[in-house]
Design a protein around this ligand. Structure first.
Ligand code: CTP
Length: 397
């Protein structure tokens, strides 16, 4: 059981998603965790403490002035022995309190007095989530080191559709497990590339591809969760930087190459997830190109440097992982790519499975053969990839 003996404090705030905390508690207890529950007054309007007590098997705490906790700094004691506090659901109001360090009820006092990591799973109406004040507060608590799980997009209890819906209990449980898992890459430096590159044709036009960057960002996040110091070199994407990851933005393959050349020598692992454009325009026009009515236009393309092959060929090269997006015959293409680029590990997926979506299906190919990571959300596959990597890294790397 992934959470055997782990001591958690689960905090509930007022929101309709509070009922999902019941299912989460059941899952956490089933995977071996000791779950202590604290609820705000608002939370008790949505789900009763009795329900949470029955599922956690422990008394539930709701009141700062409860005689059981108010004597001898007891409210601080309630979080002292905990390895993680998870606030599920976290309302807009509660996030605002966290951002400002308020402690006017039991749960906010426990959060302020904690020594352990804090995860929050926001749950609110889409307009409340998008409000500048909420976004400011979320950015603040993220900067303060709080882990934000979600929210997801989709149907909301209020009838609207959009971002703000709480993650499902299974996803929150997986995030909690990842946070508490042994740090398999502690002390390692991991370099990740992600996203597409843009190759200029003229000042306003580019050649690019439809990579979203999601897989590379998931790998960076999973490596950080596993205790690594992560540098993420990213092409142009619309994604938030994973917490704790150092991000360097680039546009062209040449810029990515220069950034990687600088960062690679200090790295233990290089995971090349970027969809680097194989070709660039030989002579990009300094002026915007005009239409030439009725005539075909030819662009002369020349090859970009192969960043992965360069790093794999370095003296004292980091352990290199290549990504291969193929349209068919994964095993043969992956084996060829391993040999051609001299890379010990190739993560192969079918391009049609991966591009732009949140899910993927990945198989790994290394000296020991094929390892099927199965199909699932990109973050889940990234975590499996990192776990595999931790097992095959040469000692001393
Ligand atoms: N890659 C790279 N630099 C390039 C092209 C690719 O670092 N200029 C990396 C990618 O990040 C990926 C791996 O190489 O990890 C595989 O990329 P792919 O484009 O599939 O390989 P190619 O050698 O370009 O083969 P193909 O002919 O299939 O395009």
């Amino acid at each position: 059981m992934a959470l055997t003996g782990k001591k958690l404090l689960l905090g509930l705030t007022g929101g309709i998603a509070a009922y999902k905390a019941a299912e989460l508690t059941r899952r956490l207890v089933k995977s071996g965790a000791d779950v202590r529950v604290a609820m705000t007054d608002g939370a008790t309007r949505f789900i009763t403490p009795v329900t949470m007590q029955a599922l956690s098997g422990q008394p539930v705490w709701t009141d700062l002035w409860d005689p059981r906790v108010s004597d001898a700094m007891g409210h601080i004691e309630l979080s002292r022995d905990r390895e993680l506090i998870a606030v599920v659901p976290a309302s807009a109001d509660f996030i605002a309190k966290l951002a400002n360090g308020l402690a006017d009820d039991l749960l906010s006092s426990l959060c302020l007095a904690r020594r352990c990591p804090l995860l929050v799973a926001p749950s609110m109406n889409v307009e409340m989530w998008q409000n500048a004040a909420t976004q400011r507060n979320v950015a603040q608590i993220r900067e303060d080191g709080v882990v934000i799980a979600g929210p997801a997009a989709g149907d909301q209890a209020c009838g609207e559709i959009g971002l703000g819906r709480m993650l499902e209990p299974a996803q929150i449980a997986a995030d909690i497990e990842a946070l508490l898992a042994p740090k398999a890459l502690a002390g390692k430096r991991v370099l990740v590339t992600a996203g597409p590159t843009q190759e200029p044709v003229d000042p306003v036009r580019v050649i690019t591809n439809s990579s979203s960057g999601k897989m590379g960002y998931a790998v960076a996040r999973a490596a950080h969760e596993a205790g690594a110091k992560v540098t993420l070199i990213s092409g142009p994407v619309a994604l938030a930087t994973p917490p704790g990851v150092a991000r360097i933005d680039v546009r062209t393959a040449e810029e990515m190459f220069a950034a990687v050349k600088k960062a690679a020598p200090g790295s233990d692992v290089f995971v090349s997830v970027a969809a680097v454009a194989d070709y660039k325009v030989k002579h990009p026009s300094p002026r915007k190109l005009k239409k030439v009515n009725g005539r075909a236009v030819n662009l002369e393309l020349v090859e970009n440097p192969d960043i992965l092959a360069y790093v794999a060929g370095m003296k004292n090269a980091p352990y290199c992982v290549g990504f291969a997006a193929e349209s068919e015959d994964l095993a043969r293409n992956a084996a060829e790519k391993r040999a051609k680029k001299n890379v010990p590990l190739i993560a192969a997926n079918l391009a049609q499975d991966a591009v732009g979506t949140d899910d993927n299906a990945i198989k790994l190919y290394d000296a020991r053969g094929e390892h099927d990571l199965g199909r699932g959300p990109k973050l889940e596959l990234a975590r499996k990839l990192i776990a595999h990597l931790a097992g095959v890294l040469p000692s001393g790397k």
